[in-house]
Design a protein around this ligand. Structure first.
Ligand SMILES: C[S@@+](CC[C@H](N)C(=O)[O-])C[C@H]1O[C@@H](n2cnc3c(N)ncnc32)[C@H](O)[C@@H]1O
Length: 265
């Protein structure tokens, strides 16, 4: 199911009264992305500040200023902040996917209001590999820790990465990354008491009032998982974000999750 911004339903020209624009923004429910729609902010009181612009200011220098001809997939696009920024840089095709209608409606409204042609589609990351082709830029930002099956998702996401993956997750615990052995004897137990050892914290109930925060990795676990999917980290522009390119994503012609399913690991 694919939907592009429907201007007749959502569009506002820059001359629209700010009051009317504010009212439409409010009608679309609570926003997580603080977008600037012709001077009207969508989430001015966000608990993380001017979010996600605060992150983007650190990440954006890693992305070419002009993206003419480039294709972009924004997984968990929410209100469309990253999709919009990439389209503004001239990307030829931008596709945002999300599972929540509220966010998709906000994203469609925002894109139409800004006069940007962006595709938004209701789709889960778990079926991302059903989207044809690969993308020059894949954003997988702020979704990983919301998933009950995070590596299952990441193993699918890498299939869509033709160029760069922008990966962001909440991290908790140690932010120290140091080398670890390739193997340990069965009775080696002390490593599991070391806070730097790669680990993910499982949240049974809620974290930050959110029952969808399931798995929160420490820094070493993030880097280990990215490597284990066959990705190479090329930049770490801010504490929670890594930029990766595909390395050895296939072994003997198969992706790692295919090898696992086929009993070939
Ligand atoms: C914390 S927000 C991050 C939004 C945005 N990517 C960012 O970094 O600012 C998480 C987003 O992931 C979406 N999401 C959650 N589970 C998903 C899934 N299985 N597939 C796709 N999107 C999902 C949520 O609806 C929400 O919009």
């Amino acid at each position: 199911m694919q939907a592009t911004a429907d201007s007749s339903q959502f569009a506002f020209s820059s001359s629209t009264q700010a009051g009317e624009l504010s009212q439409r923004i409010t009608e679309l429910g609570e926003w997580f992305h603080n977008l600037d729609l012709h001077g009207v902010k969508t989430a001015p009181n966000h608990f993380l500040g001017d979010f996600p612009n605060v992150k983007w200011q650190r990440i954006s220098p890693e992305i070419p200023a002009r993206l003419d001809g480039a294709t972009v997939l924004d997984i968990g696009c929410n209100g469309g902040f990253y999709s919009i920024e990439m389209k503004r840089r001239g990307a030829q095709r931008v596709l945002g996917i999300d599972v929540e209608d509220r966010y998709l409606n906000q994203a469609r409204f925002a894109a139409a209001t800004l006069g940007l042609e962006i595709e938004f589609e209701k789709r889960s990351v778990y079926t991302v590999d059903e989207i044809p082709g690969q993308f020059d830029f894949v954003f997988f930002m702020g979704v990983f820790y919301h998933l009950r099956y995070p590596l299952f998702a990441l193993d699918r996401v890498i299939k869509k990465v033709g160029g760069k993956l922008l990966f962001q997750t909440m991290i908790r615990g140690s932010e120290k990354v140091r080398p670890w052995a390739d193997n340990y004897p069965f009775w080696t137990k002390e490593i599991f008491h070391d806070p730097d050892f790669p680990a993910m914290y499982f949240i049974e109930k809620k974290y930050s009032d959110d029952p969808t925060n399931w798995w929160i990795p420490n820094c070493a676990a993030v880097e280990g998982m990215l490597r284990s999917c066959g990705l190479k980290m090329v930049a770490h522009p801010e504490s929670e974000t890594w930029i990766c390119v595909p390395g050895e994503v296939k072994r003997n012609g198969q992706y790692i999750h295919e090898l696992e399913w086929n009993g070939l690991l």
